[in-house]
Write a protein that binds this ligand. Sequence first.
Ligand SMILES: NC(=O)c1ccc[n+]([C@@H]2O[C@H](COP(=O)([O-])OP(=O)(O)OC[C@H]3O[C@@H](n4cnc5c(N)ncnc54)[C@H](O)[C@@H]3O)[C@@H](O)[C@H]2O)c1
Ligand SMILES: O=C(O)CC[C@@H](O)C(=O)O
Length: 630
Amino acid sequence: MTKDKYYIIDFDSTFTQVEALDELGEISLEGEENKAAILQQIRDLTNGAMEGKSSFTEGLSKRLALLKANRRHLKPLIQLLQNRVSDSIKRNKEFFQAYADNILIVSSGFKEFITPIVTEYGIKEENIYANTFKFDEQGNIIGFDKENLLCLDRGKIKLLEELALEGDVYVLGDGYTDYEIKEAGLANKFYAFTENIVRDSVVAKADDVAPSLDEFLYQHKLPMAISYPKNRIRVLLLENVHPKAIELFKREGYQIETVSGALSEDELCERIKNVSVLGIRSKTQVTKRVLEHANKLMCIGAFCIGTNQIDLNSCLDAGVAVFNAPYSNTRSVVELAIGEIIMLCRNVVDKSTKMHQGIWDKSATGSVEVRDKKLGIIGYGSIGAQLSVLAEALGMDVYYYDVIERLQLGNARKCETLKQLLEISDIVSLHVDGRTSNKSMFGAEEFAAMKDGVIFLNLSRGHIVDLPALVEAIKSGKVRGAAVDVYPYEPASNNEEFVSELRGLPNVILTPHIGGSTEEAQENIGTFVPSRIMEYINSGNSYQSVNFPNIQLPELKNAHRLIHIHQNVPGVLANINSVLASNQVNILGQYLKTNEQIGYVITDIDKLYDKKVIEDMRQVPATIKFRILY
Ligand SMILES: NC(=O)c1ccc[n+]([C@@H]2O[C@H](COP(=O)([O-])OP(=O)(O)OC[C@H]3O[C@@H](n4cnc5c(N)ncnc54)[C@H](O)[C@@H]3O)[C@@H](O)[C@H]2O)c1
Ligand SMILES: O=C(O)CC[C@@H](O)C(=O)O
C-alpha cells in the first residue's frame, strides 16, 4: 500500500450526518425545562466555531458547561451516531478498509464517541486524532484535556504541523477549521463536504466541493461503491415541472437547474450541453438539432402524456431513453371534458358572461341534458376509455372510433369508420395522440360530416384540428358549442399573449392547455417520471420507456452490469460476447431486446474482471452508448 497520499477526514457533519455534541445535548438535557433554548445556544456555539466566526476553545468550554452530560449519556449517543453515519461513507466502507493506513480522522470532537464509530469502518485507532473528556468521580463531564492540541484555536493546524506528514494531503470536511489546514499550507487540497450541511463561508474557501464521498473518491480514482457520483448527473427541468420532481432528484443527489417556461430550440441547444436528464412538458420541442448538442444526455422525462414534441427516432439514434407519465393526468382530462360537455349543453359560459355584464337571460332555449345524448369519442386510449366510463355513468350513449382494436368498455359501441361516428354523434370529443400523421386529421370535411348543431371538444393536441375549419364551423352554426384546450401554437410562458381566431366566438370554452393541470395530476407526474428515470439510471431498467425496447431487469446483486445500446444491425451481440470471452469475463446474466432501430443488451458479470473489457466494449462496431453500473 502506497504511503504517499493521506486523506484527512473530519468527523462531525462529515463522517456522521450530525454534530455529536448537539446530539449529546438532546440526550443529557432530557427533562430540562428550557431544553430547547439551551440546545439552540449549543448549536449557535457549534456553528460559530464551524464557520470560523468565534473562538473554538472558548466555545467548547461553554458547550460542555451547557451540556451537563455524564458518562452514562455516551452509550445512547454512540448508538445514535452509528445510525447517523453519512450515507456515502456508509456505502464506501471498502475504501476505508483498503486505505486504512492512509486515512486519518482529525476532529475537534471527542474520542469517547468517535473511536467506536470509525473503527467499525476499519479506521485504525492510532489514526484517530480528537479531544478527550474529563470526568469527575460521578462520571459527569467537567471539561476536556487541555494538553490536546485539538482543543485549541487553529488546533488542527498545530496537530498537522506536529504530524509532519510526508506526501500529498487531502482534507475532507464541512467546517472552517478543516479549510484552515489547507490555508496554512499543510494540505494539497481542501474539499468542502456538503452532503449533510452546506456552510457558504466554507464552500467559498474550498478548492472543490464534494457533495458526497463518491465525488472525492471519483476524483482521486479510489475504490467506489457506485459507478459514478450522482452529483455529476445534471438535470435540466423546464416548464414548471412539479416541485415533487425537484425534491426527488435532489434527494437522489443530482444537480438540478430549473426554467419556468419552455426554451426555444436555440436556447435549448445551448443549455443542454452537459445535461444528463432533460425534463419537459408539452411545449418544449426536442429536435434532432437539440439532440446533436446534447453530449451527455441519457434520458428525457416528458412530465405529461404526449410525447409528440420529442423527436423519438433521433432520441433512439442518440441512445436517449424517453419516459412519460402515461396515466397520471388521465382522470383530470376526463373530468374537464365531462364538465365542459355539461357547460356547453347548457350554454353556461355565454350565460355567465352576460350575467357579469348585468344581463338576466333566463331561458331554456338551446339548453339540453346530457342524458341519452350520443357521445362520439375519437381515440379510445386511456383518456377516451375513461371518458367513456364516466359519460355512461351520466346516462350518455357512447360511440367510439380508434385505428386499433380496443377493449370495448361498458355499453360503448365501436364505429367502423370515423365518418360513421361523426354522423351519429351529438357531441364529438377528440382524444387521439399527437403523432405526425394526425396533423390536420380534422378539417372541413370532418366538420361537414357531423350533425348540425354538434358540440365539439379538442383536449388532445392543437395541430390535429384545422383551426380555420373549426372557426368556420362555429360561425356557420354547424358546431353550436366547442371546448378547446390545445392549439397549433401555444404561448411559451404565462407572459405571452394568446392570439387566436377562436377568441370571442359564442359558446366556446377556451382553456390554456390545462386538461392535465390539476394538483393531483401534477404531483403524480412529478413522482412517477423521476422514479422511471432513476430506475433507468440506477439499474438500466427501461420498462415503460416510450421509445426504448422495454426490459424489466432483476436487481443488481454482487455483480457489475454492462449496459450497451447499439444500432440494430446483425452481429452486435456476437461481437459483445466475443469481447467478453476474450477478456475471460464470467457472465452471470444477459438480457437483450431490440426494436427496429436499436438493440439494448444488458450483461451482468462477475465483479472481478480486467478493466480492459470496458474499453473493448466501447469499441464494438455499431455501439451508440455504453455504461457500466455497480
Ligand atoms: N389537454 C391536456 O392537457 C392533455 C392531457 C393529457 C393528454 N393529452 C393528449 O391526449 C392524447 C391521448 O392521451 P391517451 O393517454 O388517451 O393516449 P393513448 O395513447 O392511450 O390513446 C390514444 C388513442 O388514439 C388512437 N388514435 C391515434 N390516432 C388515431 C386516429 N387518427 N384515429 C383514431 N384513433 C387514433 C390510438 O390508437 C390510441 O388508442 C395524448 O397523446 C395527449 O396528446 C392532452
Ligand atoms: O402539462 C402539459 O404541458 C401537457 C399536458 C398534456 O398535454 C399531456 O400530454 O399530458
